[in-house]
Design a protein around this ligand. Sequence first.
Ligand code: PMP
Length: 388
Amino acid sequence: MKDRKLLMIPGPIEFTPEVMRAMGMPTTSHVAPNFIEVFGQALERLRGVFLCPNGQPFVVAGSGSLAMDIAAANLVEPGDKALVVNSGYFSDRMGDILERYGAIVKHVRAATVGDAPPLENVDAALKQGGYKVMAFTHVDTSTAVVVNAKTLGALGLEHGVLTILDGVCSVAGEELRQEEWGIDLAFTASQKAIGVPPGLALAVAGPRAMDAFSERRSPVGSYYADWTNWLPVMEAYEARRAGYFGTPAVNLVWALNVSLGQILEEGMDARFQRHRRLSQAFKAAINALGTDQVPVRPEVAATTLTAPYYPDGVDGALLGYVKEAGVIVAGGLHPEVSHRYFRIGHMGAVTESDILVTIGAIEKGLYRAGHSFDIGAGLTAAQEALYG
Ligand code: PMP
């Protein structure tokens, strides 16, 4: 018997064999000519994946939280006002980080867990004026809520406020057109829809963000996150020269370049469409199984993951039953409702058959948990959505 579980959590996800092969290659020197070429190519490809042709990419070893730190450290100075459009756990974290670098932070929150903060409230807050940055979590991994990044980008432009998009659970899965939407800084981490094992913080800064950085009056409050150290390194590798500030995560960068190549080969529009289609099928199945979802309306539901509530009489034991059926899904994360729901990631290289296997495992788990439903209802709904 094969002893393999399908990993369907919202990061880390399952990676392609080509990416895993790059991870296992003999590690080269970080100044080897072939590595310089790969790093330079990965930086160029990041612009394509973020859809930000005039952006400055940064690839730094660390997790997504380092990318958050990089955004706050380089773009705010003590006393700057920052608005956080708060859709959950990771927006709270962004607020904390901005405060750590001396920003005066105001949050615009949704009325309930599972909703996005109303855009009118964001507009009203911005009208009060004085904000230097506005940060928002494109997809909050704790609630599976997506915010309207396009409109938030437009609001930022209208009010002359720099926009920071946490795309850790969105970039390369959820539709994001950084430059067209006027997003000044977008960032992600390698382990989600970008499709590379954990360990890289990835950011693309648009021209306004770079100008704000170069016009700083005070030094960046973090030595490791400081673009003063990283910008010359990124520029060097893109010009196919070696640069050094901290040793690059050589194998992760090789793997990143492979994955970015695969993403661009699929094409960004096709990739967004695949994520939408698989997500709709997954959500149709969850509805057919009689369970509600944390996002309160379809318009605020992300395409990279799904967050179903446990049906009445079912609890976290379900996750164990689903695992016995061969699929690993994640528990709840938002502190207010964490024990009442679970999460399934379906992003990156995810396929139709991954979706069907996962629904099948959830059905088996619900059956074992004693939930009453029509066996096969979820699979039927998913297949109708996929093939209908
Ligand atoms: N932001 C979002 C939206 C996330 O989902 C996560 C991780 N789940 C982070 C930030 C932090 O990333 P990391 O765990 O890689 O530090």
